[in-house]
Design a protein. Sequence first.
Length: 249
Amino acid sequence: MVRMAVVATTCFAAVTLAATPAVQDLGERQAPRPMTPEDVVTVRTPSDPRIAPDGSKVLFVVRQGDLEENRVESSIWMHDVGSGSTTQMTRAEASHGSPRWAPDGSGFAFLSNRSGSTQIWWMPIAGGEARQLGASARPVQAFEWAPDGSRIAFTAAEELPEDERTRRESGDDARIFGEAADLPRLWLLDVASEETRQLTTEDLAIQELAWAPSGAMLVVAARPSTMNRLSSSSVSTWQAIRCSTSSSR
C-alpha cells in the first residue's frame, strides 16, 4: 500500500512539473526574490488529478486568484502522457472543477457555473464545445459516473418553495441553527435522455457517494443536518441505495 501511494504521488508530481511551463507561463527565468502576499494569492495551484481509463491522459484543476476581479478562478487542464503536452480545456470566465472521466474515456464531465448555477457539463475529447447535462434546480455539489456510463449520480438540494425563494431573493436569508435546511439530496441523471430522478427525500444531508461495480446500487455517507457539521456528535451514517429501477433500500 505504501509503495502504491508513493508511485501515485510521484506520477502526479511528474505531470505537475511537466505542465509547469504551460500552466505558469514562466517565460524567461527571473532572479529570485522574496514572496509577496500577491504571489500567495495569484500562484497557480494544480489539484484533483484524474487519470483516463486507458492511462494515456491526466485531467487536473488549476486554481488561481484574480486580484483585480477579487475572485478565485479554476480551470481544467489535460496532460498527454505520451507527448508530454498540456492543454487548457476550459476557458470561459467561470469556475470549472471536479473533472471526471466517462468510463469509456471518450470525454469527461465536470462542474461549472458558466450558466449562472453550478451544473454538470460534458466535454468530448475528440473536440467540440462543452454542453450542459440536465438542469438541476439547485447547484450541484458532487457527482459520480455509473460504471457503464449511462447514468450520473449527483447531490443537490431540492428546489426552494416559491415563498422561500422570494424571501431569500429579497435579502432575508436568515437561518435557524440546528434546523434542517438546504439538505443535499441524492439524484440520478440519465445521460441519454437528460432526465433527472430524486433518490432520497429524508432529512439527511448526503455527503459522499460511490457506485457498486455492478451499477445497481449506490453507497452514501449522510448526516442528519447540514447545520450541525461542527458538532462532535454529528457522525455520518452509511446507507446503501438501490437505483437501477427505484430508490428502495
